[in-house]
Write a protein that binds this ligand. Structure first.
Ligand code: ZN
Ligand code: ZN
Length: 262
């Protein structure tokens, strides 16, 4: 009965391979350092990179979400400004490893980073208790899109939409080129953006709670200008969801990076 024995061995071999494939699916690696992930992690990050990631925890500014070390409701940036959106929600401070992630996505063309940021942002949105009905990404102009090849905010928005089960609507269109925001002061930034966005699909914006998605929250001028247009189109409210928020330089202490929650 040699044939039968071989057949059994073949079946067992296949079963063993199936089991191995199930236990060790394709190698999953850390999005930052490339180390193979041996444990099941919430994000595609190894333990060391998770620990180094500047997650925002604890007391934070009610407007922009940046961590503040005293009991104030607003950070220095937001004490002086009045925002049209409800608030900004970010899982990360825009520093260190978080900055590297955003750069790798925007300038390194590593589109898979959008999934990692999307996962963190969807979690933070749920934690925030805010409500939303439609996700709208901050748009790029035609020329900007041609230069980069993709809109990182659009990629992130698509991922968040899948995770939260929320439709993604390209309701904002950038109709005019603007100067790079980082070369400008706060006042110039607002001026630079005036009238550069227009609303499409107004019938789906009207009466809806909008979640505006962008990569980084800096002065809030982009978020504010987008919100102005969405509210003009009769959106019920706009909540901003960004991957990272910059820390204002003056006298605002940043809490040390803490381990992410499970
Ligand atoms: Zn790593
Ligand atoms: Zn603030």
């Amino acid at each position: 009965m040699k044939g039968r024995g071989e057949a059994v061995r073949a079946v067992l071999k296949r079963a063993a391979k199936g089991l191995a494939d199930a236990l060790y699916p394709e190698a999953v690696t850390c999005d930052v350092c490339g180390a193979e992930l041996v444990a099941d992690t919430r994000y595609t990050l190894c333990a060391a990179c998770t620990a180094a990631m500047p997650f925002i925890r604890g007391h934070r500014c009610l407007n922009c979400g940046v961590p503040i070390s005293d009991e104030a409701d607003y950070c220095l940036r937001c004490q002086r400004t009045s925002a049209l959106f409800r608030r900004n929600i970010s899982p990360l401070c825009y520093s260190g490893e978080a900055m590297e992630l955003v750069h790798a996505l925007k300038f390194g063309g590593k589109r898979y980073i959008a999934k990692l940021l999307g996962a963190m942002m969807a979690d933070e949105f749920i934690r925030s208790g805010e409500e939303g009905e439609v996700i709208v990404p901050v748009p790029m102009s035609e020329a900007e899109l041609k230069r980069r090849g993709f809109n990182q905010s659009g990629l992130i928005a698509e991922d968040i939409g899948k995770r939260l089960g929320m439709p993604v609507l390209p309701a904002l269109v950038k109709v005019r080129e603007t100067k790079p925001q980082k070369e400008l002061t706060g006042k110039e930034r607002a001026e630079n953006l005036k009238g550069c966005f227009t609303v499409a699909y107004g019938e789906y914006v009207r009466g809806r709670k909008i979640v505006l998605v962008d990569d980084v929250f800096t002065t809030g001028s982009t978020a504010n200008e987008c919100t102005r247009m969405l509210l003009r189109a009769k959106a019920a409210s706009v909540t901003v969801l960004t991957a990272a928020v910059t820390v204002p330089k003056n006298r605002v202490e940043v809490l040390p990076a803490q381990k992410s929650e499970e």
